[in-house]
Design a protein around this ligand. Structure first.
Ligand code: GCB
Length: 612
């Protein structure tokens, strides 16, 4: 299968994009073993010819779209299909590459065009694509039929891992009954979550660009490498433009170093008036002299900044950076994990209202569109892979590790050029005290550093500092703790003691900077109690305040950040500790503030003013 082009599909003078968002035909394969679609080759003709179909929006999770409880909790293959009219000039011109790209589909996908399999992909949060020009040219008069089968089953070797449990006792369960067990705390939404599109490039095209930035006094340094496909000789011209479109540096080489005088650095939100300053790197692949290939143009946003970690600090542009931000989810009513622009922009407005300067992409890579917003607004990102819930010892096996390494390849390849991404997180709360965790994390972190030597690497731990086997390999210690919630529920008086010991123990053992990567408490919106009791808005607010007192002592030493769990309430599997989902949001799922949001807002703006 084709490798994925790492470049986000953008329109240019040489490239066109056709979005396939909207209504698709859909059917869940409810046969007992879920294999009927493959056995009867549903991809060979129109889906509506092999059985009933329903309307399904793309992008969106399918779970909350209908009134059918068996679709909400469905496990197995679902089938999507739509026909698209391909512009005749794309078909007519043999020199045009036509690429079908899926932003993400959860979890395993197989794609056919006019009944011919063109690609498959494992993993729910990263893009995949296939060149389909020759297929659509075979029969230019019929519309192009795209079929995508998606399976949400999670096993011990998937990321995140899960396990299917068959219940065979006929006195308790109907025949063939099985459940999907998961080890993570969010609903396993499924379907085509990000846009599906067709885009074109010329036959010879810019396949990848890598930039690494630095600066010396007032001079910005942009090291770049352009990779080209389909050209015999590649004449490349690169031009770096400032925000006003003025050229500030250029070169005629496919790789090199651009120098920018009086550089405007990329700064985090609220740290500088130039927060989120972006240059544009225009890369031009010249047409061949003999006319055999056309010109290709691709423009990449570039933020010039550096990242470095010392034993007590996290430095951006050599200045100490303190993360005051949130953990998020891609989650909302009706659309589940489907990409939704109103939601994205609303969330950025709320982040800015809060005075948050950062978030972690808990617990999987977010849409590229979201990272582009972070670049523009100066929101700093800890980019997390879907390594959440690695709890079963079998998930530390060779097959799991091999897949985890591939996921890091795909993630770094996709996100390496975002100035907002300052650190990779390879996992969340793994069973890091188990013996195989040491080699697993040593290998995984080394692999990630080989892929990208410019960014620190971490994983998020809730293990005991004395027994955590991966901590020696991380650059920053990221700790989650829920004092007076999961431990000593109702006793806020323990927080200051336990949190102080937590920091002192970790720092004492490792002398690395520490981020409180999660803390918080559930609050059902509108539930009030004074004196505060658990699940009331007052209790949530007081828990945060007790944590903040300790952060204020320790941030003068080696604590470099605090990320609240969570930005907003989100859906989870059903269970006795979840009241229609996780309620640790400081905003409700509909993005209305709870009392804690105002507490945090006051604090974040104060912190921002101190460090500006
Ligand atoms: C955690 C997990 C997060 C959960 C949260 C909670 O430690 O990292 O995914 O949602 O706790 O609320 O239990």
């Amino acid at each position: 299968f084709d490798a994925v082009c790492p470049l986000f599909p953008r329109e240019s003078a040489s490239r066109e994009v056709k979005e396939l968002s909207g209504r698709w035909d859909f059917r869940a394969d409810k046969s007992p073993d879920r294999k009927q679609g493959f056995e009867r080759a549903w991809y060979k003709s129109r889906l509506a010819e092999t059985g009933p179909v329903i309307d399904m929006p793309v992008p969106a999770s399918y779970n909350d779209i209908t009134q059918d409880p068996t679709l909400r909790d469905f496990i197995g293959w679902v089938w999507y299909e739509r026909e698209v009219v391909v512009p005749s000039r794309w078909v007519a011109d043999e020199g045009t590459r036509v690429v079908l790209r899926v932003g993400s589909a959860h979890y395993y996908s197989v794609v056919w065009v006019n009944g011919v399999k063109v690609t498959e992909h494992k993993g729910g949060h990263l893009p995949f694509e296939a060149e389909i020009g020759s297929l659509i040219r075979k029969d230019p008069t019929t519309p192009c039929r795209i079929t995508i089968a998606v399976n949400n089953t999670l096993t011990l070797d998937t990321l995140p891992p899960g396990i299917i449990q068959h219940m065979d006792d006929p006195t308790k369960y109907p025949a063939g009954f099985f459940v999907q067990n998961i080890y993570f705390d969010f609903f396993n939404y499924a379907g085509i979550h990000r846009p599906v599109l067709l885009y074109t490039t010329p036959k010879a095209y810019v396949d990848d660009i890598t930039v690494v930035t630095d600066f010396l006094d007032d001079t910005g340094l942009v090291k770049y490498v352009v990779s080209v496909q389909g050209a015999v000789t590649a004449a490349v011209k690169v031009t770096l433009l400032d925000k006003d479109g003025h050229s500030v540096a250029s070169s005629n080489k496919a790789s090199g170093l651009l120098k920018v005088v009086d550089v405007k650095l990329w700064w985090p939100y609220l740290m500088h008036e130039n927060h989120g300053y972006l240059y544009s790197l225009e890369v031009r692949l010249m047409a061949a002299d003999d006319g055999s290939t056309d010109e290709d143009v691709y423009t990449l946003p570039v933020g010039i900044r550096t990242v470095r970690v010392t034993s007590t600090q996290f430095l951006i542009n050599n200045k100490p950076f303190y993360f005051h931000g949130v953990n998020k989810h891609e989650d909302s009513d009706i659309r589940g994990k489907g990409l939704d622009w109103p939601l994205i922009i609303k969330d950025f407005n709320l982040l800015k209202w809060l005075g948050a300067n950062s978030f972690r992409t808990s617990h999987y890579p977010y849409a590229e569109e979201i990272l582009q917003m972070c670049d523009r607004h100066g929101i700093v990102v800890i980019d997390e892979c879907p390594g959440v819930g690695i709890k079963d010892i079998r998930s530390f096996g060779n097959a799991s590790l091999a897949h985890h390494l591939v996921v890091m390849d795909e993630l770094v390849r996709r996100d390496k050029n975002h100035p907002s991404v300052v650190m990779w997180s390879v996992a969340n709360e793994p069973a890091a005290e188990m013996p195989p965790a040491e080699l697993y994390f040593k290998t995984l972190i080394k692999h990630t550093k080989d892929l990208d030597p410019t960014r620190p690497v971490t994983y998020i731990t809730d293990s005991n500092y004395a027994r955590d086997k991966g901590a020696p390999y991380v650059d920053v210690i990221c700790v989650n703790s829920y004092f007076s919630w999961y431990h000593d529920p109702g006793h806020m008086e323990v927080i200051s003691i336990q949190l102080n010991s937590q920091f002192e123990n970790w720092y004492g053992k490792y002398q690395k900077p520490i981020i409180q990567s999660e803390y918080g408490a559930d609050a059902v919106p509108g539930l009030h109690s004074d004196p505060p009791v658990m699940f009331s808005e007052e209790y949530q607010k007081m828990v945060l305040q007790n944590y903040h007192d300790v952060f204020d002592q320790k941030r003068k030493q080696y604590v470099v950040g605090e990320l609240i769990w969570n930005f907003a309430d989100f859906m989870t599997a059903q269970g006795i500790t979840r009241v229609v989902g996780n309620k640790k949001g400081i905003f409700s799922r509909q993005r209305q503030p709870k009392a804690a949001a105002f507490t945090l807002r006051e604090r974040y703006w104060r912190l921002a003013n101190e460090t500006a």
